[in-house]
Design a protein around this ligand. Structure first.
Ligand SMILES: C[S@@+](CC[C@H](N)C(=O)[O-])C[C@H]1O[C@@H](n2cnc3c(N)ncnc32)[C@H](O)[C@@H]1O
Ligand code: SF4
Ligand code: SF4
Length: 327
């Protein structure tokens, strides 16, 4: 259950963000070190690990900028930090809605208990496929402890959601069905997102005709009450995006990198300035600048957050429909 002060702050700041057209969510880079090497991960971290004090200062900065939601992540694996629970506690003390994205590979029940006690609100586990695959080690089969971890997090009051990067793989539909069955069995919702490439690569790694049946399946499972929490239009528009770049509005999320720069998403690193000196006016200006990197991108996170900004009630109704159906 969300603490009242976090809920009140989230609602107030959401409304302020809407009125003053500013971001309401941020990623805080806690590490660029990783224990896996997924083929598609082109985030090229430099193994930086800011200190707890530095992270506390960055949380203050984000809080002062009017952020309501903070996501602890980085270009690496946050659970590698032994003090992640202390970072969560610092965000929680500021009544920020706090989430992490993790590959889940080293999670244990004890660690999840510590995160829960520190006030973690949402844990997103990246699980791309059911079967092991050559692109990433983030599959259900590679992590037999996932059911225990998910159930334990839910019992401890930490919301759990999976995120799958859609891979250009054989038998994608068959694999997605197994992954969705897994989600239904453990009452854990899932979002799917297209892979983004580095600028020098082809615009999309997917074969359009291979992907169409998968996108149709996901669109079906994303109907209200379904286990897939994306808006169904992400998959309909995705079919158009496979053919050519499409018009859409990305909700840019503030990213404070491990070296204390503020970016507008992990793909736009180095476009803005040092976090300590950036002003809300500069952020506003950056948000409304067009970037070449955006042309071929169709980020699920940017799309979902935009839908949340434009139709929050629709979003909440979808979440309630899911909760009622999958009690
Ligand atoms: C950079 S990772 C950091 C957290 C953690 N290591 C993990 O994998 O969940 C954050 C998210 O970005 C996704 N990601 C990484 N590279 C990507 C790419 N090229 N396209 C789309 N998503 C990507 C990951 O799958 C993960 O869900
Ligand atoms: S686990 Fe996350 S950070 Fe590590 S290589 Fe894979 S996507 Fe990148
Ligand atoms: S469209 Fe893509 S590259 Fe541009 S801000 Fe959104 S996520 Fe980043």
């Amino acid at each position: 259950m969300l603490p009242v002060k976090t809920l009140v702050k989230a609602i107030t700041r959401y409304l302020q963000a809407k009125i003053y057209d500013r971001p309401f969510a941020a990623h805080l880079g806690v590490t660029d070190t990783c224990n896996l090497s997924c083929d598609y991960c082109n985030l090229e971290g430099k193994a930086r690990n800011p200190t707890l004090e530095q992270l506390a200062e960055r949380l203050d900065l984000l809080d002062n900028l009017g952020i309501a939601v903070v996501w602890l992540m980085g270009k690496g694996e946050p659970t590698l930090r032994d003090d992640l629970d202390q970072i969560i506690a610092k965000a929680n003390k500021r009544a920020l809605f706090t989430g992490i994205t993790t590959n889940g590979s080293i999670l244990t029940k004890e660690v999840v208990t510590r995160y829960a006690a520190a006030g973690l609100n949402l844990m997103e586990i990246s699980v791309d496929t059911y079967k092991e695959n050559p692109f990433s080690r983030k599959s259900v089969e590679a992590n037999p402890n996932f059911p225990r971890i998910i159930q334990h997090a839910q019992q401890q009051g930490v919301g759990c959601i999976l995120h799958s990067v859609i891979l250009p793989q054989q038998e994608a539909v068959e694999d997605a069905r197994r992954l969705l069955d897994f989600c239904k069995e453990y009452n854990v919702p899932i979002t799917f997102g297209f892979m983004f490439n580095s600028p020098e690569e082809e615009r999309t790694p997917y074969n359009q005709s291979d992907l169409e049946p998968l996108l149709r399946l996901l669109e079906q499972e994303a109907k209200p009450g379904g286990i897939v929490l994306n808006f169904p239009s992400y998959f309909t528009k995705g079919q158009q995006w496979l053919q050519q770049p499409i018009e859409w509005s990305c909700e840019k999320t503030l990213v404070v990198s491990t070296d204390n720069h503020i970016d507008l998403c992990s793909r736009l690193s180095g476009k803005s300035g040092i976090a300590d000196t950036i002003t809300p006016e500069q952020i506003h200006q950056l948000q409304h600048t067009s970037y070449p990197e955006c042309e071929d991108c169709f980020s699920s996170c940017g799309y979902q957050l935009n839908m949340f900004r434009t139709s929050p009630l629709h979003y909440i109704a979808r979440y309630l429909a899911f909760s009622l159906k999958h009690k």
